[in-house]
Design a protein around this ligand. Structure first.
Ligand SMILES: [Zn+2]
Ligand SMILES: [Zn+2]
Length: 370
């Protein structure tokens, strides 16, 4: 590419070009200078401050997970608003400003995060409030380079947020490193917690103590669960789980229990199989980790009936969970060592090596784009 500069070119207030890490399959990820398309009404352009690397992007690059290619990956991003589309507003004739999910007006310079999912807002599921499963869903950091949403991913200097994208304002109390995972990990855990019964006084077991599992441990402890058991094969994750409020940690699923609530983030059918056995009467299992194919789990219908079991799944989340995620992180920022979960950020140029190799055991690695 020509004109590959460290910083994007600007003409007056219009950002003309940016740098994006384009993934072209396998380990082919390279920074390229690319034009920023004109913004339409309701579109928002953000300058990326920091992006964390969700495990699903590693699965994409390693081939375990299929998504459009080439594309710009990255869906846990904190950015600063630098431009709005025509008239800075959505709607015909510029009526109505662009607003955050909590109704506040968005302005240039605000620090924001945004949803992984961009719903159409018009299909039957969107109208029923299930935007996470919109029939024409588009996803940040998942759109093909040859689509009409090229700059969808956070591994770039700029991200274009199309009209209708749920956006949340990050408060001053949260650093970029704390806020970035809210866009995927924390918000998903908020959706999981919503599908679970009220956790106060419950015996909770969390399977998998990666970023989501540790966040779920913290959520259960904060909600007043009577006990929180964390299950993970990695000793350092079990140690972190203790710091995030686990009252018991196990290397494998204990066959003791009983538990009232099982929160599944490992994606392991074997762990789930064991876990379902430990649920007490009225037990609820919420599954969020199984996003790749694994062996079927045998469930005896009689035991579901006799134990009044509920087994529910959660995939993606609703716009309100973005706000809930940021609020939860603010409320608990002094109680739990959130900063321990995110590695010191490295420059955007190093995104390829972070995606291809495992640099260490931190739940999250991060890049800064400037
Ligand atoms: Zn993710
Ligand atoms: Zn829809």
């Amino acid at each position: 590419m020509t004109n590959l500069t460290q910083h994007p070119e600007r003409t007056a207030d219009r950002v003309e070009h940016t740098l994006a890490a384009i993934w072209r399959g396998g380990d082919d990820i390279a920074l390229e200078a690319v034009p920023v398309p004109p913004l339409g009404p309701g579109d928002v352009l953000v300058r990326v401050r920091l992006a964390t690397i969700c495990g699903s992007d590693r699965h994409t690059v390693s081939g375990r997970r299929v998504q459009p290619c080439p594309s710009v990956l990255g869906h846990e991003t904190v950015g600063e608003i630098v431009a709005f589309g025509t008239e800075g507003a959505g709607g015909a004739g510029g009526a109505g400003k662009v607003r955050a999910v909590d109704g506040r007006e968005l302005r240039i310079g605000l620090r924001v995060i945004w949803s992984v999912t961009l719903p159409c807002g018009a299909c039957d599921r969107c109208l029923a409030g299930i935007t996470a499963k919109c029939r024409s869903l588009r996803k940040a950091g998942h759109e093909a380079w040859d689509s009409d949403w090229r700059l969808s991913g956070g591994y770039a200097q700029h991200v274009l947020l199309p009209r209708g994208m749920p956006i949340a304002i990050v408060g001053d109390a949260l650093t970029d490193a704390l806020a970035a995972p809210a866009a995927c990990a924390t918000a998903t855990v908020m959706a999981v917690a919503e599908r679970a019964p009220r956790l106060a006084g419950k015996r909770v077991v969390v399977v998998g103590a990666g970023m989501l599992g540790l966040t779920a441990v913290a959520a259960a402890a904060s909600a007043g669960a009577s006990s929180v058991t964390a299950v993970d094969p990695a000793a350092e994750r079990r140690e972190l789980a203790r710091q995030f409020g686990a009252t018991d940690v196990r290397q494998t699923m204990p066959d003791t229990g009983p538990y009232d609530v099982l929160l599944e983030f490992s994606g392991s059918s074997a762990a789930l199989q064991e876990g379902l056995r430990t649920l007490d009467v009225q037990g609820v299992a919420v599954l969020a980790g199984a996003v790749l194919p694994d062996a079927p789990v045998a469930v005896g219908p009689e035991s579901v009936v006799r134990r009044h079991l509920s087994i529910v799944g959660v995939h993606n989340y609703e716009p309100r969970h973005l706000t809930a995620a940021l609020d939860f992180l603010e409320e608990t920022r002094d109680r739990f060592p959130w900063h321990e979960l995110v590695a010191e950020p490295v420059p955007l140029e190093e995104i390829g090596s972070l995606l291809i190799s495992s640099p260490g055991t931190k739940p999250r690695y991060a890049i800064t784009a400037y």
